[in-house]
Design a protein around this ligand. Structure first.
Ligand code: ADP
Ligand code: MG
Length: 556
């Protein structure tokens, strides 16, 4: 069984990259011409097709026809007898009577006015203090990273990094050349994590990782050189909550981001990787186990001494920052020569004062970790698309958003993904044909212009809430640091290093986040706060930490 899966993983491992398939306009138009709802024999009897027919007659909307195999879900008799055309194509104000109250309430429940953002920022700072005081003191675990020295720029040699995120698994090698030459060369490979591995066994997942690493290591050459007699050293970025026990060991507390793997919680994840590397016959050594936020901070700090905070907004979310040792009451004797250390907040578990809706509560209840990771479920990439889907489903069922039938695919959890929301929000065409194509291709939904506009409003509401709350979280961290050392944060340039696919690829999200930070801090303070994207920072950062924790002699 394992062997069979294993072969499959190898095949999957060869294919790198992902992506959203937004059909071209030509594709969309050709589908439009094919006309009617294929499973219906009588156009006039199918509200779905009738609606479609009307759109075509008006020649205004490029909605595609449903694919073969799709079908109408009949509604109750009462509804079928109701007038069918509640929406008018091209009328931007024509909203089905049933949709308006749902949209109004939804926007109201998601609102993030300044006082609410301030409350969230204050609560974040308070929870941080409580988590630093004692283990289990708050939702925020405030995990010590054992990273007490940050990269100096003097690091030299060949190092590897391995990054297990929520969606992707990346391997990277870097040849470091010290202060003068810095990063001489890097190479990386990226593989998406097969869905079935998210629910498999620990061995299967770690075998998959070790095999990817082995294949990548085999291709080493060119500018990459390992001095004779040395093992290749790895910085292992593991983006799940781990109780770090030293710089190169840590116990998995729990899986998050939809992973439910048996046999890893409570185990040292470095030991799991070492065992898998042994099974592969791969002779490498993990010198540093780092959270992705910690890797990002280290990577960004390599180039810029003002980096004090790192935030990940990808599949999940998390943040870390540079803390003074004397501000960590729960330290219990751990000493750092620099007097400072990086603390991993695990802020995804934050839950205080968030504006949540019935859709958030339902999604949480249906999740594999109900009641947990509430901040993450409100602001991170894994969940934004799913919240929107739930809102649209309710609007379709109770407000006839997409006509008289509820498209079946829209009932599938997680069918709408955050990259789909982002692609829809970039649509600047008059008839929103990208929105139409995505709704059709992803959710099997036929839509007219007014429905598309409502869909965009729902997306924007969720993305605005997510971005603004993430901004409030960042202010909370900065505030906490400033309270302990007045002037050291807001009185000088302070950089927040950002990474993750959500932040990188969703321009609206990024803008809402930055605007919220400015709004909360005000002009004076916010001009010293630089929020900067550091692409691939966590990979380089992990390899830098592998370098500074190398078991071989080094003088950096
Ligand atoms: P990971 O979190 O697995 O380490 P990334 O940082 O690359 O990986 O983030 C991937 C996540 O980023 C996806 O799950 C998705 O939610 C989000 N994302 C990726 N591409 C886009 C996009 N074009 N628009 C919006 N969000 C995106
Ligand atoms: Mg990541």
């Amino acid at each position: 069984m394992i062997a069979r899966n294993w072969r499959r993983h190898l095949v999957l491992a060869c294919s790198i990259k992902v992506n959203i398939n937004v059909p071209s306009q030509a594709e969309t138009l050709s589908k439009t011409k094919t006309g009617k709802h294929r499973t219906c024999t009588d156009l006039l009897d199918c509200a779905y097709c009738h609606h479609h027919q009307q759109e075509e007659a008006m020649s205004t909307v490029t909605a595609a026809s449903p694919a073969a195999g799709s079908f109408c879900i009949p509604r109750s008799r009462r509804r079928i007898n109701m007038p069918r055309f509640t929406m008018t194509v091209r009328s931007s104000n024509a909203v089905s009577v049933g949709v308006a109250p749902i949209l109004t309430k939804f926007k109201h429940d998601c609102a993030t006015p300044l006082p609410l953002l301030r409350h969230v920022a204050d609560a974040m700072a308070t929870d941080m203090r409580a988590g630093l005081a004692v283990d289990g003191g708050s939702d925020l675990k405030m995990i010590l990273s054992y990273v007490d020295t940050l990269p100096t720029g003097n690091e030299r040699g060949l190092f590897y990094a391995l990054d297990l995120g929520g969606t992707n698994f990346r391997v990277l090698r870097v040849q470091l050349g010290g202060k003068e030459e810095r990063v001489i060369a890097t190479e990386f490979d990226q593989v998406s994590i097969p869905q079935e591995l998210m629910f498999g066994t620990s061995e299967e997942l770690f075998d998959f990782i070790a095999s990817g690493l082995a294949k990548f290591a085999e291709k080493e050459g060119g500018k990459f050189h390992l001095p004779p007699g040395r093992k290749r050293e790895i910085g292992f970025t593991f983006s799940f909550p781990v109780r770090q026990t030293s710089i190169d060991s840590g116990i998995l507390i729990k899986w998050t981001k939809g992973f439910a793997i048996s046999g890893t919680a409570g185990r040292d994840v470095v030991a799991c990787l070492n065992e898998a590397m042994d099974r592969q016959g791969l002779d490498m050594r993990v010198s540093a186990l780092v959270n992705d936020t910690v890797g990002t901070l280290a990577g960004a700090r390599y180039w810029d001494d003002d980096v004090m905070v790192a935030v990940i907004l990808g599949t999940g979310t998390n943040a870390c920052y540079v803390e003074r040792m004397d501000a960590i009451p729960k330290l219990q004797g751990h000493v750092s020569p620099s007097g400072r250390t990086i603390v991993n907040t695990e802020w995804g578990a934050f839950s205080n004062g968030l504006p949540l809706t019935v859709f958030d509560r339902d999604m949480d209840a249906a999740s594999i970790n109900p009641g947990e990771q509430i901040f993450e479920k409100t602001i991170s990439g894994m969940y934004l698309g799913e919240i929107v889907r739930r809102v649209l489903l309710k609007m379709a069922a109770e407000g006839s958003l997409f006509g008289e039938s509820v498209p079946e695919k829209l009932s599938t959890p997680f069918v709408l993904r955050t990259p789909d929301l982002s692609a829809m929000q970039q649509d600047t065409s008059d008839d929103l044909n990208v929105v139409g194509s995505i709704l059709y291709n992803i959710a099997g939904v036929e839509s007219n212009l007014s429905a598309r506009k409502i869909v965009l409003e729902v997306c924007d509401t969720i993305v605005m809430r997510g971005g603004r709350l993430a901004g409030a979280g960042i202010v909370g961290i900065l505030q906490k640091m400033e309270e302990d050392s007045t002037g050291l944060i807001f009185g000088k340039r302070t950089v927040v290093a950002m990474d993750g696919g959500l932040y990188e690829h969703y321009p609206q999200y990024k803008r809402y986040l930055k605007d919220a930070v400015k709004e909360i801090l005000g002009l004076e303070k916010s001009k010293n706060v630089v929020i900067e994207h550091t692409k691939d920072g966590s990979g380089i950062g992990a390899s830098l930490l592998a370098a500074s924790n190398s078991k071989y002699e080094h003088d950096f």
